[in-house]
Design a protein around this ligand. Structure first.
Ligand SMILES: [Cu+2]
Length: 242
């Protein structure tokens, strides 16, 4: 059972990463740029539609109207993309296993003054987990140089299949650095972790993309439901650590 990311998808990761980092600007600027790209794409689409219309004598004001409706559409698209909320989770003390086969305790993993990013994945997933992991990978490489190191934690929701060795292989596939921890454990404890984060969906087949982050111990958790880009994740992170 090997498999997973289509080569085409995987090739896009370094490219996206390059775009993200090559900007060399503040995240706000990158986000603005991303918005601009969107609006540019949309605009081209509209322009193509417009040119198929009989009247090509479109006035400037018509164009401005189009532009503001684009912006509206982009705004609503953006807010629908993922849902952000603040939560406090009671995280129990639980024995788990890291990708090196060492016993680790959930509270020890997360009880830190470092900012923490958390997601739930499984290595044989071919749908949303590769996207979640690519997002972590992009964001991690983008933030690699920051003075406050972030702790990245990915819990496997398929602990029986995801042995430490499989997690190590997965980690290298996503160029995870040493701050990115992949965690497995027994089924019962892994289910408890998911329930503690209100992220248990009954089975791995029903899993949904959720990402959590917090600035440090005793801070609320930011819960992001849905898929985010690397740039969006970095922007969310900067908002809570600023
Ligand atoms: Cu998945």
């Amino acid at each position: 059972m090997k498999s997973m990311i289509s080569p085409v998808y995987f090739k896009q990761v370094p490219l996206a990463l390059l775009t993200l980092c090559a900007a060399g600007l503040s995240v706000q600027a990158s986000a603005a740029q991303a918005m601009h790209h969107h609006s540019h794409d949309k605009h081209e689409m509209m322009t193509m539609q417009e040119t198929t219309e009989p009247s090509t004598m479109q006035s400037h004001s018509k164009h401005m109207e189009d532009h503001s409706s684009h912006m509206q559409a982009i705004k609503s698209m953006k807010s629908q993309k993922y849902k952000r909320s603040l939560d406090n989770y009671a995280l129990p003390s639980l024995e788990l296993v890291d990708m090196h086969g060492n016993q680790v305790n959930l509270s020890k993993i997360l009880d830190t003054d470092q900012p923490v990013m958390v997601n739930f994945i499984y290595t044989s997933c071919t749908t949303i987990c590769p996207l979640l992991s690519a997002t972590f990978s992009q964001a991690q490489q983008h933030m690699g140089e920051s003075d406050q190191p972030v702790k990245w934690v990915s819990f496997s929701i398929d602990p029986e299949y995801d042995t430490p060795a499989r997690l190590r292989e997965y980690a290298s596939r996503f160029q995870a650095d040493s701050n990115w921890h992949f965690i497995t454990g027994n089924v019962e404890n892994i289910v408890t972790v998911q329930k503690a984060f209100d992220a248990y969906f009954g089975s791995k087949a029903n899993h949904k993309p959720v990402t959590f982050m917090r600035a440090g111990r005793n801070q609320p958790w930011v819960r992001l439901e849905g898929l985010t880009s690397g740039a969006e994740l970095v922007a969310e992170y900067q908002q809570i650590t600023r």
